[in-house]
Design a protein around this ligand. Structure first.
Ligand code: IPE
Ligand code: IPE
Ligand code: MG
Length: 262
């Protein structure tokens, strides 16, 4: 498991110079610790969320610089509805603001914006701004920035099973032909590569219902750094930590492509 020790050494290699086989194509991040960051300074939790936007900008920029194919950020889980109304309102205002303000920056960086999670339940004004930004950036050919909003992996898997069952009953799909690839095509991440590296900030050693199917062979990197303090250098450290790991996919040492997992 990754670690504070790996964080104490300064990275010497620039991740963009790593051979492509040692570079993650897709990084997923559980952006955690906003509340703790604010509370540590005697501020209301929402200040942590607001400052977390700087970290989002930093990882998007760094992801583009190192040639990442996809960055998937956990913004709001289907369990986060349990938070106080005031915090929820703030989070959605912030998301809407991000979608408007960052539009031109995403265009400039050639980033394509996508989203996973249930649209039902999300404020209409957030969906409108998301749809605008997604449409505007749809033709961009650089990094894909995927926001997981109102996302929960179990709900996603149950929804996939429901749609698959309907298609089987309708005769669109033969139940005997349902393999891992067929099932994946019913998930909201259909067509996306699985994450190679999963980063969680703020030290918790749990997945919190994030991409349970997709991270089955991802490398894990947990850092004590709280999300609002996370910057490009922390992403670089995580990538260099990843580059050192022999990925085996159940086989023997030696790097296999991700597809080798199946
Ligand atoms: C992550 O930070 C942001 C969201 C879940 C929306 P938290 O708000 O969970 O911060 P902590 O974990 O309470 O410090
Ligand atoms: C996970 O963080 C969800 C997001 C980062 C959006 P939480 O703070 O909600 O997770 P738990 O409650 O500590 O598991
Ligand atoms: Mg948290």
């Amino acid at each position: 498991m990754p670690t504070e020790t790996s964080e104490s050494t300064q990275p010497t290699i620039d991740p963009k110079d790593l051979p492509s086989a040692q570079r993650p194509r897709h990084i997923a991040i559980i952006m955690d610790g906003n509340g703790r960051w604010a509370e540590a300074q005697g501020l209301p939790r929402i200040f942590g969320h607001r400052n977390g936007i700087r970290s989002v900008r930093a990882v998007v920029e760094e992801g583009c610089r190192i040639g990442l194919g996809q960055l998937t950020l956990y913004c709001f889980s289907s369990e986060n509805w349990k938070r106080p109304q005031r915090e929820l309102r703030f989070l959605f205002r912030l998301l809407r603001h991000f979608l408007i303000v960052e539009r031109s920056e995403l265009m400039e960086q050639n980033v394509r914006l996508t989203m996973i999670g249930r649209r039902e339940g999300l404020p209409e004004d957030v969906l409108v701004e998301y749809d605008r930004t997604a449409a505007m950036t749809a033709g961009n050919s650089g990094m894909t920035l995927c926001l997981a909003v109102n996302y929960g992996a179990r709900a996603e898997i149950a929804e996939a099973a429901r749609r698959l069952a309907r298609d089987a009953v309708a005769g669109v799909i033969d139940p005997g032909s349902v393999d891992e690839a067929a099932f994946s095509s019913y998930l909201s991440t259909a067509g996306m590569p699985d994450p190679d590296l999963l980063i969680r900030t703020a030290g918790e050693m749990r997945l919190s219902n994030y991409l349970l199917w997709q991270v089955s062979y991802a490398e894990l990197h947990v850092t004590e750094v709280l999300w609002p303090d996370f910057r490009a250098e922390h992403l670089r450290r995580a990538v260099l930590d990843y580059a050192r790991r022999p990925r085996k996919f159940g086989g023997l040492p030696g790097r296999s492509p991700t597809e080798g997992a199946v």
